[in-house]
Each structure stands twice: as structure tokens, then as C-alpha cells.
Write a protein that binds this ligand. Structure first.
Ligand code: TRP
Length: 477
């Protein structure tokens, strides 16, 4: 039977190796860089609440589905979807879902690498004591002049893309396990230290209430970055579910869902591992890291009269301020940015792995060659993001509809996180319960069809998750 499939790319050495690698993929810039800044732009509490709901209602069922499909297919997402489509008596065209994921991963990595480059630069800056004793304004202007220099961004983007491709070329199950095993707990401890610092800023409670006290005004009505409600020409508030879409998109982004990253990691997963338990661990760890990052950052924002809606520069304007003014700040700061780079590193490889695995499987390429091709093309695409923060700062390539006033970077981020990933996730959910048989999904999830847990998953994935995604899409797009 088909259960005998194994992956030609290797297998994780244990359940823990998979959990670590998948957590490594999930925990990254999304948690520490993106979550705080989009929560800040969208008014905090209510947005965070919707994000948490999306993790539970949409993220967890889809993650289980994705791992399950991956382990069943044991190939790159394109070939897995092709084969499982045929196996289920449906069509091989399901492979297009794999392609959607390859495209999304490629586009995300192109900008992800640029931002990870910022973190690399901040390792150097913090280590050399640049921020020692500085005030908020000086720290912000250092960030401003850094991103306005395309050469600097280009240099770090190149370095980070090189680092990513180095690992991908060697095969992700080689070495990654060991690195993540030690890095994830260290990052966690440093975040706790940062929260400890935030406790003493005098604005900890305000930071917490910003993050956790829901204010549905800013969630449901059109507003500026930071939260001021925008009125139409009649002086009325403008209702929109766009911010709900952003919260949902981020749930996909932060869990690495909807593009086959978790699917391909699942394809290296040994049999007999409980997919449900591992999913809860991964989603739990990921959420915890994001919330800790928020709890560290917002008290610093309020204690220094910074703007929570500062956008993508938020963590680079706040955390160095703390490092510059706390005991052992240079040490902690350097360590922190090093760990952030590693977190981004272990995420970036999963973005391009589906594409590389496909080149190896279908084009018979060596991993080295496949990685080089993908690396160079993705590096080129990254130039769009590099220039979005300087030369093309005011250039809005698709200046209409939901893309109004968005730079290349903004457009890439919006299309991938808020459209491609939810679309991919929706298709994955539909495939796993409407196309695959109950026998195969239950078998692969290591559950019985009569188990309560199986039926909860089945019900969620069959009705609740797809309807939620479609409803939100429908209202915005
Ligand atoms: N989840 C990662 C983060 O939060 C980014 C990431 C890695 C990702 N692989 C992915 C996002 C696949 C979407 C899809 O930083």
C-alpha cells in the first residue's frame, strides 16, 4: 500500500527533531518583528484577540491537515498534491496548490531576507555599543538613516540569502536539528529578560492593556496606522473587515501555514508520531514567543512616547533603546539580535525548501545547483524590497483598491500573507476533508475514525475553518 512511501530527501531522526524544526520554521521574524508592529498599527487588544482566535480555529486544524498530507505524500508539495489528488480519485490538478505555495514561499523569502538583514546589521551595531545611553530620538534616527541606504540593505540581504542557501544546499535535516535545539530555549530566556526590563519601565501595565484590552473600534473601522479612526465625507466611520483579514493572514504567516512549508517538513516525519500533539506544541510555542515579544516592546514604546504605529521599524526603534540603557545591555542586545537572526534563519530555509525539493525530484538536480538557482532568483526579487525603503519609498506600483499607497514591500507582504497563504490554507483544508477519504486521514493522523479528537478536527476542518476564511475574504475582496 501507499503507506510505504518514504522521502528521498531523508527523515527527521525523531519526533523531537520534527517539533524543533517546525518550531524553528514557525518562530521567526513573524513573531518578533511583524506581530508587534501590526498589532501596534491596528490598535492592539482586539486585533490580538482575533489573531489568537484565528490561531485556534483556523491555524491548528490546518496545521494538522498540512502535516498529515505531507507525511502521506512524502514528496515536495507539488508532487505530493499531484499524487494524493490521483490517489483520492480526484484530479492531478491539485498540484497547482503546490505551485501556489512555491510562489508564495519565493515571494515571502525575497522580503524576509531583507528584514533578516536588518537584524544582522543590528547585531553589529549593538555589539559595537552604538546605542549605549542614547535617547529614543537618536535610536529612531539611526534606524532611519540605515534603511535609507540601499547599499547597506543590499549587503546584509546578500549575506542572509547566502546563509539560507548554504543550509538548504546541505539538506535541512542535517545540522538544523542541533542548532534549533539550543537556540529556541535561549531566545525564550532572552525574551523573558526583556520582559523583565519592560516591567521596570513604569509603563508595563499600559503595555499590557494595549495588547490585551480589546477596543473593537480600531478593529472594525478604517483607521490610520496607530489607531486614529478615519471618517468619510459625511463624517461617518467606515466599517471594514480588512484588519480581521490581516490578523488572519498573520496567523497563517506566523505558523508557516498555507504554502507547503509545514507540509514538506511533515514529509520528513517518521510514522507513529502523533500529529495532534506536535501541532499543539508548535502552535503554543509560537504564540508564546509572539506574546512575550509584545509584552517586551509596548511598555518601552509607551515609556518613551514612541508611536505604536511606527510600522516595520518598530522593534528596531524600541529594543535598542532598552539595550542602550540597561545593565549588560550590550551583551544582552548582541545576543538578542544574534538569536533573532537564527530564528529568521531557521524560518527562511522552510520558505524555499518546497521549491528546491521540486527541482531535485523533477529536474534531477543536485541540491547545490537547485539551491543556487533559487537563491539567486530570490535575491534578485529581494531588490524590490531593498528599494522600497529608500529610492522607491514613495513609489506605489499598484496604486488602487487594497494596494493603495503601498510600496513594493507592502504589496508583497499583503499579497502573500493576506491572500496567498489563506487561499492555500483553504485549499489544504478542503482537500484534507472533502477530497481525501476518512480512512486515509484518520490513518495518517494516527487516530481512529470514532475518536472524539478525530471528529473534532474533522468538523473544524470541514466546516468551521473554510467558512471562516471564505467569510473574511468575501467581506474584504
Ligand atoms: N513563520 C515564520 C515567521 O513567523 C515565517 C515563515 C517560514 C513562513 N516559513 C513560512 C511564513 C511559510 C509563511 C509560510 O517568521
Amino acid at each position: 500500500m501507499v503507506r510505504k512511501r518514504t522521502s528521498i530527501h531523508g527523515e527527521w531522526s525523531s519526533r523531537w527533531a520534527f517539533i524543533l524544526a517546525a518550531t524553528g520554521s514557525a518562530v521567526g521574524l513573524g513573531n518578533i518583528w511583524k506581530f508587534p508592529y501590526i498589532a501596534g498599527e491596528n490598535g492592539g487588544g482586539a486585533f490580538v484577540l482575533v489573531y489568537l482566535l484565528c490561531i485556534a480555529v483556523i491555524g491548528v486544524p490546518i496545521m494538522m491537515a498540512e502535516i498529515m498530507i505531507g507525511r502521506r505524500g512524502r514528496q515536495s508539495p507539488v508532487n505530493t498534491m499531484y499524487n494524493l489528488g490521483i490517489e483520492a480519485g480526484s484530479t492531478p490538478h491539485w498540484k497547482w496548490l503546490g505551485w501556489l505555495g512555491v510562489a508564495a514561499g519565493f515571494l515571502i523569502l525575497s522580503y524576509y531576507s531583507v528584514i533578516a538583514g536588518w537584524a544582522l546589521n543590528y547585531v553589529l551595531e549593538t555589539a559595537s555599543g552604538t546605542f549605549t545611553g542614547l535617547k529614543a530620538e537618536a535610536v529612531s534616527s539611526i534606524f532611519g538613516s540605515f534603511v535609507s541606504n540601499p547599499n547597506a540593505l543590499l549587503f546584509w540581504h546578500t549575506l542572509f540569502m547566502g546563509m539560507t542557501m548554504f543550509i538548504v544546499a546541505r539538506g535541512v535535516s542535517n545540522g538544523l536539528e542541533k542548532a534549533v535545539r539550543f537556540l529556541m530555549p535561549s531566545l525564550f530566556i532572552l525574551l523573558l529578560i526583556m520582559v523583565g526590563y519592560a516591567l521596570n519601565t513604569g509603563e508595563f501595565v499600559r503595555g499590557l492593556s494595549f495588547l490585551f484590552e480589546p477596543n473593537f473600534e480600531t478593529l472594525l473601522y478604517k483607521h490610520e496606522a496607530g489607531g486614529q479612526i478615519v471618517l468619510n465625507t459625511y463624517g461617518e466611520k467606515i466599517f471594514t473587515l480588512e484588519y480581521v483579514l490581516i490578523a488572519m493572514g498573520h496567523a497563517f504567516f506566523t505558523l508557516s501555514l498555507g504554502m507547503g512549508a509545514i507540509m514538506i517538513y511533515g514529509s520528513y516525519l517518521p510514522k507513529k508520531v502523533s500529529i495532534a500533539k506536535t501541532t499543539f506544541m508548535i502552535a503554543g510555542a509560537d504564540t508564546l514567543v509572539a506574546l512575550l515579544a509584545g509584552m517586551a516592546i509596548f511598555p518601552i514604546v509607551f515609556a518613551n512616547q514612541l508611536d505604536p504605529g511606527a510600522g516595520p521599524g518598530l522593534i528596531f526603534k524600541t529594543l535598542p533603546l532598552a539595550f542602550g540603557n540597561m545593565p549588560f545591555g550590550t551583551l544582552f542586545g548582541t545576543l538578542f539580535f544574534i538569536l533573532l537572526v537564527f530564528a529568521a534563519w531557521s524560518s527562511s530555509i522552510s520558505l524555499i525548501e518546497p521549491a528546491v525539493a521540486w527541482l531535485v525530484e523533477n529536474k534531477g538536480m543536485k541540491r547545490l545547483k537547485a539551491s543556487a538557482i533559487m537563491g539567486v532568483s530570490c535575491w534578485l526579487a529581494g531588490l524590490l524590497t531593498v528599494f522600497s525603503f529608500n529610492a522607491w519609498e514613495k513609489f506605489y506600483p499598484l496604486n488602487f483598491w487594497i494596494f493603495k499607497n503601498k510600496t513594493f514591500f507592502d504589496v508583497l507582504d499583503y499579497i502573500t500573507a493576506n491572500i496567498m497563504l489563506p487561499l492555500g490554507g483553504l485549499a489544504i483544508a478542503i482537500f484534507s476533508v472533502w477530497i481525501m477519504t476518512r480512512e486515509s486521514s484518520a490513518d495518517e493522523l494516527e487516530m481512529r475514525q470514532t475518536d472524539k479528537s478525530y471528529n473534532v478536527w474533522y468538523f473544524m476542518t470541514r466546516y468551521v475553518t473554510p467558512l471562516a476564511v471564505v467569510y473574511i475574504f468575501w467581506n474584504v475582496i
